[in-house]
Structure formats: C-alpha cells, structure tokens
Design a protein around this ligand. Structure first.
Ligand code: SAM
Ligand code: DTB
Ligand code: SF4
Length: 327
C-alpha cells in the first residue's frame, strides 16, 4: 500500500530527490497516484483540444538540435514570410469548425521584432473574435511586447524549457536557460497564462527528466499548460538523426514522465503534444490514464504531421473521452 496519496496542494518546493522517488515507484503505483491526483482537479473524461498553425515557417536563427526550422540545418524545409492576417483567420475558423478550442500560432523566430507586433496583435484579436482561445509562440519577448500581446487579447504564450539545465547545452547553444526563464517571467508579469514544457527522447537521461520537471515544479507559477512532446525525429537535425539511429525514449518511460508531471504540477493542463503519430492507441490511453488531458488536433503540428481528425475522433470514442468544456 502507498503510504502517501498526493492530495492536491500546489507545492513549489519539490526536491529533485522527491521527484526521482516518484519516477522510481512501481509503474502501476505511479500511474495510480497520478490518476488520483488528476481526478482531484479535473474530469478525467475531458480532453482540451488545441490546434497549431505555423504563421512564419523556417529560417530560424537558433540552433535547437531537434528543429526542422533552424537555419543551421539542412532539413529540406522551405522558409516563408509571416502569413497575411486574413489567411491566419481563415485557418482559425477552419480549426474552430473542426472542434478546436484553442488556436496556437507559432513563428520560427529567435525573438519577436517590434515591426511584426501590429500584424500579430491583429491576428490575436481576430482569432479571439471567432470565439477561440488564443496562444502564440514567437521566441523571446521583452516585457513591453508581452504587455502589447496581452492587451490584444492573447490568452497563452508558449515558451518551452525543453530539457534540464544540465542537458541544455547539448540541445541548443544560441540561447541560455536563463533567457528562457526571463521570457516566461515577462509573460506571467503581463498577466498571460503560461504554456511551458519540453521534449523527451533527445538523448537525455532519467536524471535530466527529473531535473527538467524539477524546474517546472519549482517555478513561481506552475505552467498553466504543460506540453510534453515526444521527439519527432526530423532528418537533417542532429538530435533527430541520432534518434533515428539509437531510438528515442521508451513508451513506458514516456508515460512515467507524464505521470510525474501530473503529480508535481497537479493543476496544469498536461498536453500530450508532438509525437502522437508514432504512438499506438494503447500508449496514448496510458498517457491519459497518467493524467494527460490536452492534445493538439488537426493533421499538422507546425511542420510535421499529427493524427488525422478521424483517427483522433476514433481514439476519443474508444476511450470515452470528450472535448473539455471551455471555461
Ligand atoms: N521559436 C519558438 C520557440 O522555440 O520558442 C516557437 C516555436 S518552437 C517550434 C516550439 C516548440 O516546439 C519547441 O520549444 C519544442 O519544444 C517543440 N518542437 C520543435 N520541434 C520539435 C520536434 N521535432 N519534436 C518535438 N517537439 C518539437
Ligand atoms: C509545443 O510544446 N509543441 C508544439 C507547440 N508547443 C508550439 C510544437 C510541436 C512542433 C513539432 C514539430 C513541428 O511540427 O515542426
Ligand atoms: Fe527556432 Fe523555435 Fe525551432 Fe528553436 S525550436 S530553431 S527557436 S523555431
């Protein structure tokens, strides 16, 4: 019998030893504890549905070793300019008609440039007027830019820590962990909700996964959305090529990480993000059991495929899951 069943008190003082001990629990026990925590704050039959659109693709100055959009690697991706506002709004309407609740616009930028702010704020107010929640991920923000986006109606800003501070330099060297944390702080200070998570299967160790979740769990404000991506192994990227040769993270270790994320950030929406096309229905079911309660829908993420709507509709029917009612 477990001697502690975690009750939902938000803690920001998790230690690495406590988080490592959660990972070390017998698998069934860990999933049971995570499912219990999940049920204290959420209806476990409800899944939040977000849809992505790449509003500015490729040619990015950063060298994130997993990314199809970095200008440092030859991935065969064609770079394009910022999309016109009307095209973005048409895509948002189509996402809404397909059942999405939140529309997430991503740009392959190191940081937001002031000259692009007017077009972006127009996108935000237009998408919001369609009755969708809005999210953007545009790279680093300065505090006044975060305020401008918030004033336009932006609900969420995505900015991932991606991995542990210790493994970070093996993933990206063109920016620092501290810079990521500064942008997250600017987003929270502007009154926006934060979306912050990472990628598994980058070649990181269990210790790195512990340290990554420790970072999230000890943030002054837990991420409102916590995306857990499984690496999509893109040819031409160093980490994608390595995963193609050596394999990524095991399914069960992926589920364990989702479960620990659910326990240490009990009120966050834990999103089973990139990588679902490679996952069986059974593996995704285990992730939902372990507390994941959000997914991306639509057949495209930013530049890589996502399950077709019909495939996801089947999965949700099989599992008795339904779209979360918007708050
Ligand atoms: N340029 C902005 C940034 O990095 O913050 C926003 C876009 S970036 C593509 C958003 C996130 O997508 C990354 O932080 C990473 O976690 C995730 N991502 C990118 N490529 C991925 C891949 N191949 N597999 C899994 N996740 C990926
Ligand atoms: C997040 O954590 N995952 C999304 C979103 N935030 C922006 C992006 C996944 C991208 C997967 C690779 C691609 O499609 O380019
Ligand atoms: Fe650029 Fe974001 Fe890709 Fe990094 S993850 S290369 S910052 S688009």
């Amino acid at each position: 019998m477990p001697d502690t069943l975690h009750t939902v008190t938000l803690r920001h003082d998790w230690t690495k030893a406590e988080i490592a001990a959660l990972f070390d629990l017998p698998f069934m026990e860990l999933v049971y504890q995570a499912a219990s925590v999940h049920r204290q704050s959420f209806d476990p039959s409800e899944v939040q549905l977000s849809q992505l659109l790449s509003v500015k693709t490729g040619g990015c100055a950063e060298n994130c070793g997993y990314c199809s959009q970095s200008a440092h690697f030859d991935t065969g991706l064609k770079a394009s300019k910022l999309m016109p506002v009307d095209e973005v709004l048409a895509a948002a309407q189509a996402a809404k008609d397909g059942g999405a609740q939140r529309f997430c616009m991503g740009a392959a930028w190191r940081e937001l440039k002031d000259r692009d702010v007017p077009a972006l704020t127009e996108m935000v107010s237009g998408v919001k007027a369609l009755g969708l929640e809005t999210c953007m991920t545009l790279g680093m923000l300065r505090p006044e830019q975060a305020v401008a986006l918030k004033e336009a109606g932006l609900d969420y800003y995505n900015h991932n820590l991606d991995t542990s501070p210790e493994y970070y330099d093996s993933v990206v060297t063109t920016r620092s962990y501290a810079e990521r944390l500064d942008t997250l702080q600017a987003v929270a200070d502007a009154g926006m909700k934060t979306c912050c998570g990472g990628i598994l299967g980058l070649g990181e160790s269990r210790e790195d996964r512990v340290s990554f979740l420790h970072q999230l769990a000890t943030l002054p404000h837990h991420p409102d959305s916590l995306p857990i991506n499984n690496l999509v192994a893109v040819s031409g990227t160093p980490l994608g090529e390595r995963a193609q040769k050596e394999g990524g993270i095991s399914g069960l270790e992926f589920v364990r990480t989702v479960a620990v994320a659910r326990i240490v950030c009990p009120k966050s929406m834990v999103r089973l993000s990139a990588g679902r096309t490679e996952m069986s229905e059974e593996l995704q079911a285990l992730c939902f059991m372990a507390g994941a309660n959000s997914i991306f829908v639509g057949d495209q993420l930013l530049t890589t495929p996502n399950p077709e709507r019909g495939t996801d509709a089947h999965l949700m029917r099989e599992l008795g899951l339904r779209p979360m009612t918007m708050t």
